[in-house]
Design a protein around this ligand. Structure first.
Ligand code: NDP
Length: 413
């Protein structure tokens, strides 16, 4: 029985992880849950999964949650009530909970950084969905992994695909994951991208893009932030940086290919020019399950892939002019140091402003570019955790300020 903690249990990754735990009651036991504000769903999860501890990002809600758990009628009570913690320290304590074997990181954004580090420092294996943590703080996270011996298993479908392909090579040794050392024999990674909400829109029509348009993904059902990241293709840019840290390849050897059907989840080219791919329906439960069961595979009754039903698999190069976020991510990754943290924070803040209706869709790359340019002179090549947190805060404030003072020039609509 593997004991798992689910950080961000009320989100898209979190709920799918708990569905898997419910499907395999003899294999996985949930010991810790965390959320931000969604108490109704968290209480349902506590009743069903009976964790030992829960933590809320919003510490002010701790007393409310405790009271609501006390008020449950006897039929609903999950046996002994879980310990309820709050705030950053509470999230970190839940992430490092002693009885857990593996921590699923489903918190959205750089808010996941400190809990992820707490889990690593406690020696837990990680199923990494919260890519923003690795992107912002790769130079901090990688040495911590080495020290603690924690293993970073990729839950992102593309990186899971690469990881799965590498299992069939002589270099499957999991220790090669996330060391930043190039995986021998791995010559090129091709990350597939659905193309997001605006895949079939002419670039000129993006001036009309609304929040509703940007949050309707053609193939995947995900949280709002990553759905917007898919529409800008920033998500793919962030995945390029994630792949660099996980598999140690140079940025020139990590490519993006648009694959509208989302059936091939990514490909690796080996030294002899052979290409391996992993295929499946677009369903995040598969890469999450692989993290939970690795190195085993569990039998599931899930929908099996039928390529005759799919019919056609197509591929094309991404339109770099239509998706400037992709190039911004490559540039930040190549600059290294604190630049990816600035890119990530600027993106998180710009996407939040867009979702609030405060800026236009096309303002997202403009703001990010402006803030990354400003950071150039202050870049720290070998940042500490404090440096990462400082530039993260600076970039968010700089985006808010730029959006507030320059709205007239920025807004297109
Ligand atoms: P969601 O928005 O659906 O869920 C986010 C979770 O994080 C919720 O549990 C939310 O709690 C919690 N949360 C929000 N803000 C904070 C905070 N400040 N501190 C602590 N917890 C917080 O996101 P997704 O599940 O879509 O994405 C989670 C991560 O996984 C992201 O990094 C994303 O890039 C990555 N990912 C997601 C995929 C997907 O299919 N969804 C695919 C690949 C990667 P509450 O509900 O209470 O607000």
């Amino acid at each position: 029985m593997k004991a798992i903690s689910v950080l961000g249990s009320t989100g898209s990754i979190g709920t799918q992880t708990l569905e898997i735990a419910a499907e395999f009651p003899g294999r996985f036991k949930v010991v810790a849950l965390t959320a931000s504000r969604n108490l109704d769903l968290l209480i349902e999860q506590i009743i069903e999964h009976r964790p030992e501890v829960v933590a809320l990002a919003d510490a002010e809600l701790v007393a409310v949650l405790r009271q609501r758990l006390q008020d449950l009628n006897p039929g609903q009570r999950p046996g002994p009530l879980p310990e309820v913690l709050g705030g950053s320290d509470g999230l970190c304590a839940a992430a490092a909970w002693p009885s857990a074997d593996l921590v699923v990181t489903g918190i959205v954004g750089c808010a996941g950084l400190l809990p992820t580090l707490a889990a690593i420092r406690a020696g837990k294996d990680l199923a990494l969905a919260n890519k923003e943590t690795l992107i912002a703080a790769g130079p901090v996270v990688l040495p911590e992994l080495k020290t603690s011996g924690s293993r970073l298993l990729p839950a992102d479908s593309e990186h899971s695909a690469i990881f799965q392909c590498l299992q069939g090579t002589p270099w499957a040794d999991s220790a090669r994951l996330s060391t930043g050392v190039p995986t021998p024999g791995l010559r090129r990674i091709q990350l597939t991208a659905s193309g997001g909400a605006f895949r079939d829109w002419p670039a000129a029509d993006l001036t009309k893009a609304t929040v509703a348009d940007a949050t309707s993904h053609p193939n995947w059902t995900m949280g709002r932030k990553i759905t917007v990241d898919s529409a800008t293709l920033m998500n793919k840019g962030l995945e390029v940086i994630e792949a660099h840290y996980l598999f140690g390849l140079d940025f020139d050897a990590i490519e993006i290919v648009i694959h509208p059907q989302s059936i091939i989840h990514s490909m690796v080219e080996l030294a002899d020019s052979s290409v391996l791919a992993q295929l499946g329906w677009p369903d995040m439960k598969l890469p999450i399950l692989y993290c939970l069961s690795w190195p085993d595979r569990l039998a599931t009754p899930w929908r099996r892939l039928d390529l005759t039903e799919v019919g056609t698999l197509s591929f094309r190069a991404p339109d770099r002019a239509k998706y400037p976020c992709m190039e911004l991510a490559y540039a930040a990754g190549r600059a290294g140091g604190t630049m990816p943290a600035v890119l990530n924070a600027a993106n998180e803040q710009a996407v939040a402003l867009f979702l609030d209706g405060r800026i236009h869709f096309l303002d997202i790359p403009r703001l990010i570019e402006r803030i990354c340019e400003r950071h150039g002179a202050d870049l720290r090549a070998d940042p500490s955790l404090e440096d990462v947190l400082a530039v993260d805060g600076w970039a968010r404030a700089a985006v808010r300020e730029a959006a507030a003072t320059a709205t007239a020039q920025l807004l297109i609509a």
